[in-house]
Design a protein around this ligand. Structure first.
Ligand code: GLY
Length: 345
């Protein structure tokens, strides 16, 4: 990706910590929409639209990290949001225009998914955008209903890229929505029109909203012609540094590849979290931090023979690569100090 300028305020002017959701229950910000909940709920009204790049952390994906080319704990989430302003038709048209014209991604490689009950969205893709019907796939709640538990939620429509048949699992039913590496979802357009209560009941929001989410790491891989995020230029020099320090090679074997992904993802997540004041602990956010710290150290010990602390030595590299977040450079000694004792468990 083009070199980015340091941000004056790394949270882009959004509420304080972007890793820790300021509004309610989640211990990390797991989606770009989290700090905007008051706007979706109509509690705040000073914004009608927003676009952001935010620091996100998904605890739900920890065990997947290392085993795919697309999962991360920490990642940068791009998104655009409408709070009772533009809705489905515009959000879809602008997303398609951005992907196919601005980014120049070949539409013949693209598929879209819609919620099985959402014929209106299918019609927009077909009639307004011109996506062929055999490229519009209906999926269920698991893939096409967005919620982060209690709060704003709604049906969604995702844009997928076909990475080629050589990346398919080969199962006869491999299609959009399959967990393998062939079809990669890279942009989710959520039509946030419900509020979900503690008991799971959905009530219509007064105004209909838009919430979109696109992971920068996936997009960077696509734009750079890579089918694995860990080979894009956000990750490749960190992976090279680990290879150099441990005498390993990314393509040496499947378990070494997994290990290098685990370590590079987790050390990046640790650096960002510790820079925001998190520390390893026994509960809540600290427990998650400790878990990924131990997971990275364990993989390093088992598969790269790292029986001495080594994660701390990667901190300057992460801070250098991600230097548009100045808090990493500013806190690198403190972060390295915390990571140093970690060897194995
Ligand atoms: N909130 C939409 C997404 O994170 O995919």
């Amino acid at each position: 990706m083009t070199k980015r300028q340091p941000l004056v305020n790394s949270s882009n002017g959004f509420p304080p910590s972007t890793l820790q959701c300021p509004t309610r229950s989640p211990i990390f910000t797991s989606a770009g929409m989290a700090p905007f909940k008051p706007y979706f709920l109509g509690l705040k009204t000073d914004l009608k639209r927003a676009a952001s790049c935010q620091k996100c952390f998904r605890t739900t994906d920890i065990e997947n990290v290392g085993y795919t080319g697309r999962h991360h704990t920490f990642f940068e989430m791009l998104g655009n949001f409408s709070f009772g302003d533009y809705f489905k038709k515009d959000a879809i048209a602008w997303a398609w225009e951005f992907v196919t014209k601005e980014l120049g991604i070949d539409s013949r490689r693209l598929f879209v998914s819609i919620h099985h009950s959402d014929d209106e969205t299918g019609e927009i893709w077909k009639n307004c955008i011109g996506v062929p019907p055999d490229r519009i796939v209906k999926l269920g709640d698991k893939d096409n209903f967005w919620t982060i538990g209690v709060g704003p939620s709604g049906p969604c429509s995702e844009i997928y890229i076909d990475q080629g048949v050589e990346h398919s699992c080969g199962k006869p039913d491999c299609q959009v929505g399959c967990d393998c590496s062939r079809y990669v979802e890279f942009w989710n357009l959520v039509f946030t029109q419900f509020n979900r209560s503690e008991d799971g009941a959905l009530s219509p929001l007064e105004k209909r909203n838009i919430d979109t989410g696109m992971g920068l790491e996936r997009l960077a891989a696509i734009m750079q012609g890579k089918t694995d995020n860990y080979q894009n230029d956000v990750f490749s020099s960190l992976v090279s540094q680990i290879e150099k320090q441990t005498g390993s090679q990314f393509n040496q074997s499947s378990i070494i590849k997994t290990t290098l992904k685990v370590i590079s993802d987790h050390v990046r997540a640790l650096v960002f979290s510790l820079a925001e004041g998190a520390i390893p602990g026994n509960e809540g956010r600290g427990y998650v931090i400790r878990k990924i710290l131990r997971r990275a150290a364990r993989f390093g010990f088992r598969y790269l023979n790292q029986d001495k602390p080594f994660l701390f030595s990667l901190v300057p590299k992460v801070a250098e690569i991600m230097d548009f977040y100045p808090e990493l450079l500013q806190n690198q000694d403190h972060i390295a100090q915390i990571l140093k004792p970690a060897v194995k468990s």
